[in-house]
Design a protein around this ligand. Structure first.
Ligand SMILES: NC(=O)c1ccc[n+]([C@@H]2O[C@H](COP(=O)([O-])OP(=O)(O)OC[C@H]3O[C@@H](n4cnc5c(N)ncnc54)[C@H](O)[C@@H]3O)[C@@H](O)[C@H]2O)c1
Ligand SMILES: [Zn+2]
Length: 353
């Protein structure tokens, strides 16, 4: 499997995608930093599963290794965890030439990334994502964040890692529903940019290493074209306008992010079909693929309720709403839409309420 290189304005870094890649972390670390201390941050589910092989690889490469695990779950993506991480880094005597390793899902990646970005004004970071969602999405692109009491991801920084290491074998311990959640994002990549990827998922003929590589390639390309989250990066939000609205309406508890996005993608296809921008039958084709992963495809929330949540979304530019639609499977387009127009079509798709 090739090693991908992500190019950013703050330099290039390798993305290694390989079965058994955890064992390569030590060698990559020796090339990446001059210090000889490594600090592994994880959560209390992932730590007992994967800390040992990671620490062993680092020790074999000459690193003194420390580790810390916080409680698994979104509830740990807080300022309190961030402060605890600073305490831990200090206690381990970490310097700016040492290395911090985020070993876990998107929560570990986001909070550890922000801690690495800000401790001593920046300590080198490796992202070692262990959920499918983190491997294809959150570990790539340099966004880090914590939640604040009044909202998700409200404090953070853009901070690029020195390397990202994807080991598909760690996904074997992931639950079916977590795997499905990541598949929703994989299917999204296929829809917006990669017909072959979508067809492989559709036919259930894919190899996981190959799928990861295709997704990572799309995310790094789109992010490189648009490092600061305007324009092209918005295509990655396909299905997310309604997805985020559903998450907001249900208080982020009833449905997972991937489930909400699954519904959002179907709605986006239907809006596209209704307005003649998406070929007829696309929504139906998508429904079949999502159903295979037991992802939901119907939206029981009416347009009025969805619009209320969409209006308070931060993904708007200068009063305009950008809705991402499919020109065809494998090609998304950014579509400026008047909120009144969107509400009207949304009403036809999901009911007015
Ligand atoms: N930075 C970004 O660009 C970006 C993009 C998308 C999402 N996110 C963030 O990512 C977070 C969600 O990430 P997530 O879905 O990975 O959640 P998560 O980190 O909470 O992981 C989900 C669960 O899976 C467990 N787990 C992780 N790896 C495992 C493994 N290999 N085997 C068994 N269990 C494992 C975790 O302990 C956790 O309980 C959210 O906070 C979201 O805001 C960030
Ligand atoms: Zn998403």
């Amino acid at each position: 499997m090739p090693e991908l290189i992500a190019s950013t304005s703050s330099g290039d870094y390798p993305i290694l995608i390989k079965n058994g890649a955890l064992a390569s972390i030590g060698n990559l670390a020796r090339d990446a930093v001059v210090g000889r201390k490594a600090f592994v941050v994880s959560d209390d589910t992932v730590y007992p599963l994967y800390y040992e092989p990671v620490a062993r690889s680092l020790q074999a490469a000459g690193f003194a290794v420390s580790g810390y695990a916080f409680a698994a779950g979104e509830g740990s993506k807080t300022a309190a965890t961030l402060l605890e991480l600073y305490n831990q880094f200090h206690a381990a005597g970490l310097s700016r030439s040492d290395l911090i390793i985020a070993l876990g899902g998107g929560v570990v990646g986001d909070v550890t990334g922000f801690a690495a970005a800000t401790y001593l004004r920046g300590v080198p970071l490796f992202q070692v994502p262990t959920t499918l969602l983190a491997q294809v999405d959150s570990s790539i692109g340099g966004k880090t964040a914590i939640d604040l009491p009044f909202g998700k991801n409200l404090a953070g920084a853009f901070y690029q890692p020195k390397a990202v290491i994807l080991d598909p074998t760690v996904l074997r311990t992931l639950s079916r529903s977590r795997m499905a959640e990541g598949m929703a994002e994989v299917i999204k990549y296929g829809l917006i940019r990669d017909l072959q990827l979508f067809e492989q998922i559709e036919g259930q003929t894919y190899d996981l290493e190959w799928v990861l590589e295709r997704c990572v390639r799309i995310k790094t390309t789109v992010v490189a074209a648009d490092e600061r989250d305007t324009g092209e990066r918005m295509l990655l939000n396909f299905g997310h306008t309604v997805g985020h609205a559903i998450e907001k309406i249900t208080g982020y508890t009833q449905l997972s992010h991937g489930e909400a996005v699954a519904i959002g993608m179907v709605v986006a296809c239907e809006i596209g079909e209704k307005t003649g921008r998406t070929p007829a039958g696309t929504a139906e084709r998508l429904r079949k693929v999502l159903a295979h992963y037991q992802l939901p495809t119907e939206c029981p929330w009416p347009a009025s309720q969805l619009m209320g949540a969409i209006h308070s979304d931060k993904k708007r530019l200068a009063g305009k709403l950008y809705y991402i639609l499919l020109k065809q499977v494998g090609e998304a387009v950014l579509n400026p839409m008047d909120p009144a127009e969107l509400e009207k079509i949304l009403g036809e798709v999901v009911g007015r309420g």
